[in-house]
Design a protein around this ligand. Sequence first.
Ligand code: FAD
Length: 259
Amino acid sequence: MRILVLLKAVPVVGTERLDDALRTDRSVALEANGNDEYVLEAALKLTEAHGGEVTLLSVGPPGAMDPLRKALAMGATRAVHVADEAMRGSCYVGTARVLEAALRRLEYDLVFAGADTSDGQGGVIAPALAARLGLPYLSYASRIEPAPDGRTVTIRRLRPGGYDVLEAPMPALVMGTQVLGEPRYPSLRGIMQARNKEIRTWTLADLGLDARSVGAGAATTRVLRAEPPAQRAGATIIREAPETAVAQVIDLLAARRLI
Ligand SMILES: Cc1cc2nc3c(=O)[nH]c(=O)nc-3n(C[C@H](O)[C@H](O)[C@H](O)COP(=O)(O)OP(=O)(O)OC[C@H]3O[C@@H](n4cnc5c(N)ncnc54)[C@H](O)[C@@H]3O)c2cc1C
């Protein structure tokens, strides 16, 4: 089974900052997006159990190499890194265009993607790719089971209060989150083996894409402002016996016209 994992390199959580053009500054240290490490773990477990290989695909700046190397050390087979200065300023549509072009040049039975990212938080790339590539789309998977004959994949899709069981023909795109299970740490052996694993680097020209179809010039939206969250007023802490505390909470809510 060939699983392709979409892995976005994001600023180390907690260090995110904007540059002068109000874009996420990617000159800082990058790590694999959290959700992507969870779907990678699911892919590694599946190929360990059923055989096959895991290819990583990342579109991003040169700093994406570090998380890609770590993912190879975790056990992925190879990596493809699409890097091109012309992509700077790409909106969601431009990014999906580049990922689609790369996916059209790769072979897979399943594509795994995270639900969203810790920096962009669009939550749009996975369904956009499924739509562009005409792939069945299985979202919020908490369990992924390919059929032994390799024709279909079944997932449990979480929903409030339970889950649905969905089936789709392969190839398909599966989106997941941390409920898939903790990602492993790379072993020393894995780190050594990763040194000899292939990392292919593609540019827009390699993908047959016109540089004018992506980047800031082709962005469908423009960031006008970026403001920090409003400061919250200090909390009111009530340290009373429950009977008195409940009455005080009700008074507070009523005073703010919330009830
Ligand atoms: C006007 C505008 C300008 C922007 N300019 C820039 C810029 O200059 N530089 C910049 O880096 N970003 C820029 N962005 C943000 C960029 O468009 C998004 O980061 C990108 O489209 C991915 O969106 P997301 O992170 O919200 O992905 P989501 O939809 O939240 O991601 C879902 C999943 O898709 C996969 N995925 C997403 N992105 C990638 C990727 N790049 N490689 C591999 N897999 C991926 C992952 O599996 C991820 O978990 C800009 C956005 C806008 C609107």
